[in-house]
Design a protein around this ligand. Structure first.
Ligand SMILES: [Zn+2]
Length: 429
């Protein structure tokens, strides 16, 4: 499924930036557009290191508007919890690499208004981009404590991150608070690293994000009914219901299998996950999403479109985007589809079941854990604390190491959206 809408796409003949401040101006404008859309105010761009050419720019799209006509931000709904600026740029890159004959990620820098979160860091490192950062995010950012040593990552990945990430210098050219003044820190490979941004621009990137944060989070909470109340079981919808039809376009068996206890998925789901993984020859993993009724909504494997198209990313993106499209359809024409919010809710009320737990020292695990945190947007309900389960331990490394990786993630992933993993009860071989 495409991550970028056509109006976001600029062709490869983009503008050229001479210094980091010009680049900061472009991504700050993207962040302002994100704020106007009612989503997290973060923007980013891909810049070619050798030339300063801006190859593509876009902004966060976690929330989008449901009504075509309404210009205020009161009718936003979760579109895709993984649609952060940087992760979308990584997806855009792989979708367009051949078409635009784009340079390798090592020759490019993704410049972002805000320090990447765990998911984006994992996606950027998996792809191999250089990363130029403007403002610090002291809650979910990979350098949330401004240590710049990547203590938030497993030791095995810290040198890699240090060789890719750089934090631009900022200069107090026309006055302004001096606590934002800093020198360049990080990788020697980041585009425009020898130039600085103005303190005003840095403050702009910082304050536009913070200004909208609480209301955007509140809007993302409105994206579904409480699962324990009023939700109807989509299993009993007619076969021609668009809710079934749309999910079956991605996973043909959607809503066909009902696991009697979604908290104890057992042998039946194990066999499904193995079959789905085997259907993609290069896949290392498969992941299923069960709803609270035990329906298997999606079960998908890693796909070979790119290294970031992992099973979990495929599941969480498709679940959200289809739910958004159905909701948008319903809001604009209620006769077309059953009210989606009567049948579909937050993924945190369901269960994500992995065939293999993520390998703790891999960049893909970092992306996966971060994407899981972003998907939850808040605590898993107390009635069911374990909605991240796995059958097999990681391909490489141990569950103990994986738990340690989780423990060291930035505060967001341990306080706001805590990640706890559990092996599926039973004996599976
Ligand atoms: Zn992110």
């Amino acid at each position: 499924m495409s991550q970028s809408e056509p109006q976001d796409v600029v062709n490869s003949e983009g503008s050229v930036v001479q210094n980091a401040d010009e680049a900061a101006s472009i991504v700050l404008n993207q962040a302002l557009s994100a704020a106007a859309q009612g989503t997290f105010a973060v923007g980013g761009a891909i810049v070619e290191n050798a030339t300063g050419r801006v190859i593509h720019k876009l902004h966060n799209n976690v929330l989008k508007k449901l009504l075509r006509t309404d210009s205020d931000t009161n009718n936003v709904f979760t579109y895709d919890p993984t649609a952060h600026g940087e992760t979308q740029l990584v997806y855009w890159y792989y979708e367009n690499k051949t078409k635009f004959n784009l340079p390798e990620p090592e020759e490019l820098t993704i410049i972002t208004t805000l320090d990447p979160c765990v998911m984006c860091t994992g996606a950027l490192l998996t792809a191999g981009f250089n990363v130029g950062v403007i403002a610090i995010d002291d809650y979910a950012g990979i350098n949330w404590d401004e240590d710049f040593n990547f203590q938030t990552l497993p030791e095995s990945l810290r040198d890699l991150a240090k060789s890719k990430f750089g934090y631009y210098a900022s200069e107090n050219k026309d006055g302004g608070p001096s606590e934002y003044v800093r020198s360049y820190k990080g990788s020697p490979n980041v585009a425009l690293r020898n130039t600085s941004i103005s303190v005003q621009r840095l403050m702009g990137c910082d304050s536009i994000f913070r200004a909208g944060l609480e209301s955007v989070r509140a809007d993302s909470y409105d994206a579904g009914p409480d699962a324990d109340k009023n939700l109807l079981d989509p299993y009993y919808l007619p076969e021609e219901s668009l809710i079934k039809v749309k999910y079956r376009e991605i996973y043909p068996d959607a809503f066909k299998v009902k696991i009697s206890n979604p908290r104890l998925p057992g042998e039946e789901l194990f066999q499904i996950l193995k079959k789905v993984k085997e259907s993609e020859p290069k896949a290392q993993n498969s992941v299923a999403l069960l709803d609270q009724f035990g329906n298997v909504i999606l079960c998908l494997a890693d796909t070979d479109e790119s290294p970031v198209h992992t099973a979990f990313m495929n599941v969480t993106q498709n679940y959200a985007i289809i739910r958004f499209e159905l909701t948008k359809m319903y809001v604009n024409d209620p006769k077309k589809v059953e009210a989606p919010n009567k049948y579909l809710t937050y993924p945190k009320y369901g269960t994500f079941v992995f065939l293999y737990a993520p390998s703790p020292n891999s960049t893909k695990a970092i992306m996966t854990l971060g994407a899981y945190g972003s998907t939850l947007e808040g605590k898993v309900p107390k009635i069911f604390p374990a909605n991240f389960q796995y059958y097999y331990p990681p391909h490489e490394g141990t569950i103990k190491e994986l738990r340690s990786v989780i423990m060291h993630l930035p505060p967001f992933y341990n306080e706001f959206a805590p990640i706890s993993i559990m092996q599926v009860a039973g004996d599976f071989t």
